[in-house]
Ligand binder design. Structure first.
Ligand code: ATP
Ligand code: MG
Length: 346
């Protein structure tokens, strides 16, 4: 279905946003630059839904439900701390919307196992999770792109602010939508990824992606002491032994993060590094200061919510109620299209 044919009208811009995070840990600066900054900006322009994807988190944490549960409130507090406004954005819990699980079942007929196995993000993640899955991955994990298609379409969302790792998943969702529409009629909308300036933030260890489950992240809630420890142990140019050796900022994680947190100074920092005029310790200290200052207001706002767990709970409950209503509207249309509306006339 083309956007202009959208029969549901949402706010002045007539399109909806759906995005979310897995409660597998607190949110980090990869989320911040990759997705959260866009969410905060876009919530002023579009009706926004933010999912706490606890069901998806269980696909690779099924043996640790406590971890998933405990991280739900952490994720919500992180969102609120960076400026997600509960009056503008609807924050909701995936497991409380059974329509998402139902849609997942319907869509699972529309995607082949081979296609899921070829999904590059799923492939990378399975390789990273060999310890958990051994030689054979679970049906649930292999199928999480299908449940993600259900998340998006349950709310008829078309704008999906994400990091680069999500592109193959959005593509897979688009394929499912096209297949559904071609069989059952033009019901679903094709979503598009909304990538920010920083689509993939690297990890402290030099890994191409900072990830909650990869142990290489600076969290938005980290204290100055923790930031210090992490930056001090970040990967730098291994060829640089002495302070006056010329350094290579292109292979230094400290220089990489200066690009994000020290925009005005980064040019000078890199020139001095290349000329052997700036030692790694001074460079790291400056980064620690800049990250700490940047995150201070976020930590302060987070602290406000940490002291008020009942407010956080209320926001999540209200958001879930609203999301539930919306998902029911989509489900009625989907069931009608799929001839599953048996007792409608009764
Ligand atoms: P996990 O390791 O448990 O998968 P994660 O750190 O990848 O956690 P998710 O909850 O899977 O976080 O991702 C939430 C959103 O943040 C997604 O849109 C994802 O693309 C984005 N994101 C995650 N990590 C990064 C990163 N390093 N750079 C840019 N965007 C990111
Ligand atoms: Mg992830």
């Amino acid at each position: 279905m083309r956007k202009e044919e959208n029969i549901w009208r949402y706010g002045k811009n007539n399109e909806r946003i759906l995005t979310g995070d897995r409660p597998t840990g607190k949110l980090h600066i990869g989320h911040y630059f990759g997705s959260l900054m866009n969410r905060v900006k876009l919530q002023n322009e579009y009706e926004t839904y933010i999912e706490v994807a606890d069901v998806q988190a269980l696909t690779d944490n099924f043996n640790n439900p406590e971890k998933v549960k405990n991280n739900v409130k952490e994720i919500v507090m992180d969102q609120l701390a960076v400026g997600i406004d509960p009056n503008k954005s609807t924050i909701f819990l995936q497991s409380m919307i059974p329509e998402i699980a139902e849609l997942t079942v319907f869509y699972s007929n529309l995607v082949t196992i081979a296609r899921l196995q070829r999904n590059p993000t799923v492939k990378t993640e399975i390789a990273q999770k060999r310890e958990l899955f051994g030689e054979s991955v679970t049906y649930g994990f292999l199928g999480y792109p299908v449940s993600q298609a259900a998340d998006i379409t349950a709310f008829n969302a078309t704008i999906i602010p994400v990091g680069e790792d999500q592109l193959p998943l959005i593509e897979q969702c688009r394929e499912i939508v096209r297949k559904f529409n071609s069989i059952y009629g033009e019901i679903l909308l094709e979503p598009q990824a909304y990538l920010g300036e920083n689509k993939r933030i690297k990890g402290l260890d030099g890994n191409e992606k900072m990830g909650k489950s990869l142990g290489n992240a600076i969290y938005l809630s980290d204290t100055e002491e923790t930031i210090k420890e992490k930056v001090m142990s970040a990967v730098t140019d291994p060829g640089r032994i002495k302070k006056d050796d010329p350094g290579n900022p292109d292979i230094c994680m400290v220089a990489y993060y200066h690009n994000l947190f020290s925009k005005d100074e980064v040019k000078t920092i890199c020139e001095e590094c290349k000329g052997g005029k700036r030692g790694c310790v001074a460079c790291k200290k400056q980064l620690i200061k800049n990250i700490t200052e940047h995150l201070a207001p976020i930590r302060e706002k987070r602290h406000y919510y940490e002291e008020r767990p009942e407010v956080v709970k209320e926001i999540l409950m209200e958001g879930t109620k609203k999301a539930s209503k919306e998902a029911k509207v989509t489900m009625a249309k989907v069931k009608e299209a799929m001839k599953l509306d048996y007792f409608k006339e009764v």
